[in-house]
Design a protein around this ligand. Structure first.
Ligand SMILES: Nc1ncnc2c1ncn2[C@@H]1O[C@H](COP(=O)(O)OP(=O)(O)OP(=O)(O)O)[C@@H](O)[C@H]1O
Length: 614
């Protein structure tokens, strides 16, 4: 007997039959077929509306929002009874939520024939968690169109010095420099520049609010810093107070050079002393240093004063930085530190025109949100541009933005919420032999095999190999130390990234993970005196993703997910430490007997399809 799935329904008489015999048995079917064949539109008995392999760009809109005809046919298709749900041009059960990215985003998408059914199964467990806000397919497509014809930083209306600072300082040494998708979208938008696509932006004399959301390692820092520095320099050129100070400074300096000068030898403080115009908030001291370094590079050419403030610095250094008589234009800091400075000097936020909240998903999370919003409230009266920046938009953040900033312009890249394209994910079932739920052993084994594999490839110097830098992620901070100690006991150079790790060791290790400089080691896997083997060509950081959120770990090719992350948000941030800026990367997830295999399988399949996680 022919299986039920291969039967077809004649659209006119609703006669059910096998596909081969249909034309012979059913006259309307045959008539329709020959008519359609003659038009070149035969789709095997389906109606001539779009094939289900073509996605409509209003796929994210609910059926009720579509035209009347659509609603009627929808009703008909959903009619209960033996023929209800037949003759559909698209699969009803398919995930129609906007977060489920279209096939066209992936390279392998064409392989999936019974796509609708598979998609539903594929995202079921992720949907149960459903922690990420969704982005519609139509929105992604529009954003894709908006970036297609931007090829160079010259196309942006940035001041020449700022442009030079980006290409000759921050991206120094790179050839064929092109803006990344998020830069193509965000820089013109933040500059208020019209790119010839979409509706022309209205000049907004009040406050502008932007969300800037793009995948990990995609260049978001420059996307917000370059326009902020541009605005800073423009405002400075038009500020009468600064012009007056410059005049005073030049006169005073000349006067001081006279041999008979007896007046004060110090200058009056600059109008911007302790009154920055641009403030960038980030969640950790490491990120303060990282973003601060990009700002510093920009300042060398664009000429402005940037300062980094973090709890790693002494009170004296912080005070010297912020109260420098030469003024301060841009501050990169954490909300807690800025808040405590603002408690003793409320004027510190009185001139802020540009406030950037980087890693906004963390900074509006429970642990930070009270202090972040307090800063926001203080700074809002003077703010001209507020930018929230993140690689993930959790539903929580989405709701906050909807209620607090309903007019916020959302700039999201077409691949938002997808794991970088060139990162692959392998799964190790640690519940089986030889590990029997010993994750420590499985983790050490994975690192040893990466190290041994790398030891086979000598550099141009005989006997020398590249050092592999590997990140291991655990769910709980307390676990970092335990895992790191175990790895060290197995001859692996591992360090836990947490508050109690010595600052020097931590920054040494992070430094070697964020540099693009190759590191070399002797090829031999050595025997230390006690007979314990050691692996000299790997370096390992064990961390929770909070400790490493946003860190630009360019040197990392391997990420080990010791614990299965609690949410897809954590998957994105953890795997996003590899595969930065289009580099290749590999993730390995250790799945124990109590772990959510369904989630891992779905994440893996989404990655394979090149689709966004939901
Ligand atoms: N146009 C560009 N071309 C090449 N490299 C770039 C470009 N823009 C930025 N980069 C580099 O890409 C790397 C990642 O950038 P950045 O740290 O801003 O990523 P991100 O999007 O903020 O990532 P995350 O979400 O993980 O914080 C940096 O090393 C940066 O120098």
């Amino acid at each position: 007997m022919r299986p039920l799935l291969s039967t077809r329904i004649c659209p006119l008489c609703l006669f059910t039959t096998g596909s081969r015999t249909a034309p012979a048995l059913c006259q309307p079917w045959a008539t329709q077929r020959s008519y359609a064949v003659a038009r070149g539109a035969w789709k095997g008995g389906r109606s001539s509306s779009p094939s289900r392999m073509v996605l409509s760009d209003d796929v994210s809109r609910p059926a009720a929002a579509r035209d009347g005809r659509g609603r009627d046919s929808e009703k008909a298709r959903r009619r209960p009874g033996p023929f209800g749900g037949m003759n559909q041009t698209e699969f009803r059960g398919r995930d129609r939520s906007p977060g489920a990215a279209p096939r066209s985003q992936g390279s392998q998408g064409g392989q999936n024939r019974d796509r609708g059914k598979k998609d539903e199964r594929r995202t079921k467990a992720m949907k149960m968690q459903s922690s990420l806000a969704t982005v519609s397919y139509g929105h992604r497509t529009r954003m894709k169109a908006n970036i297609s014809d931007v090829e160079s930083f010259d196309q942006f209306e940035l001041l020449p010095d700022v442009k030079r600072a980006v290409t000759d300082e921050v991206l120094k040494g790179m050839t064929d420099i092109k803006p990344t998708p998020v830069q193509r979208l965000a820089i013109p938008a933040l500059l208020g520049q019209y790119t010839g696509r979409g509706p022309k932006p209205k000049a907004n004399p009040g406050r502008q609010e932007f969300l800037l959301a793009a995948e990990t390692g995609s260049g978001k820092t420059l996307a917000y810093l370059a326009p902020a520095v541009h605005a800073l320099k423009q405002a400075e050129a038009a500020d009468p107070e600064i012009a007056k100070y410059r005049e005073y400074f030049a006169q005073q300096r000349e006067a001081m050079q006279a041999p008979d000068y007896t007046g004060p030898r110090e200058f009056e403080p600059h109008p911007t002393a302790a009154r920055p115009k641009v403030v960038v908030l980030v969640p950790s001291a490491e990120l303060v240093d990282q973003i601060g370094a990009v700002a510093k590079s920009l300042s060398h050419v664009a000429k402005f004063k940037s300062v980094t403030l973090s709890a790693n610095k002494s009170a004296a250094v912080i005070e010297r930085g912020i109260y420098s008589p030469g003024g301060v234009d841009l501050v990169v800091t954490t909300p807690h530190l800025l808040s405590s400075i603002a408690d003793s000097d409320p004027n510190i936020l009185s001139r802020v025109s540009h406030l950037v909240v980087d890693e906004a998903d963390s900074l509006f999370d429970r642990s930070f949100s009270a202090v972040t919003t307090a800063i926001l409230d203080r700074a809002l009266p003077s703010i001209k541009q507020l930018v929230l920046c993140s690689a993930t938009i959790p539903k929580r953040l989405d709701n906050y933005m909807v209620t607090q900033f309903p007019d916020m312009v959302r700039i999201t890249t077409p691949n938002l919420h997808a794991i970088p394209r060139r990162v692959q994910l392998g799964v190790v079932d640690v519940s089986k032999d030889p590990y029997r739920n010993n994750k420590n052993l499985a983790c050490a084994d994975a690192i040893w095999s990466i190290g041994k594999d790398a030891a086979r490839h000598e550099t141009s110097v005989p006997g020398e190999v590249d050092v592999k830098r590997i990140m291991v992620f655990v769910n709980e901070r307390e676990k970092t130390q335990e895992v790191a100690e175990y790895l060290v006991s197995k001859g692996i150079d591992a360090v836990a990234l947490h508050r109690d790790t010595s600052e020097q060791r931590q920054s040494e290790m992070l430094g070697s993970f964020t540099t693009t400089e190759p590191m070399k080691a002797a090829i031999e896997v050595s025997q230390v005196p006690a007979g314990k083997r050691s692996l000299p060509n790997t370096k390992v950081i064990v961390a929770t993703d909070l400790a490493s959120r946003g860190i630009d770990t360019l040197a990392v090719r391997h990420v080990i997910l010791y614990d299965v992350p609690h949410t897809t948000i954590d998957f994105i941030h953890r795997l996003g430490r590899a595969g930065r800026m289009g580099r290749r990367g590999r993730g390995v997830v250790l799945v124990g007997k109590d772990d959510r295999r369904d989630i891992v399988a779905e994440v893996r399949e989404s990655m394979f399809m090149g689709q966004a996680l939901i």
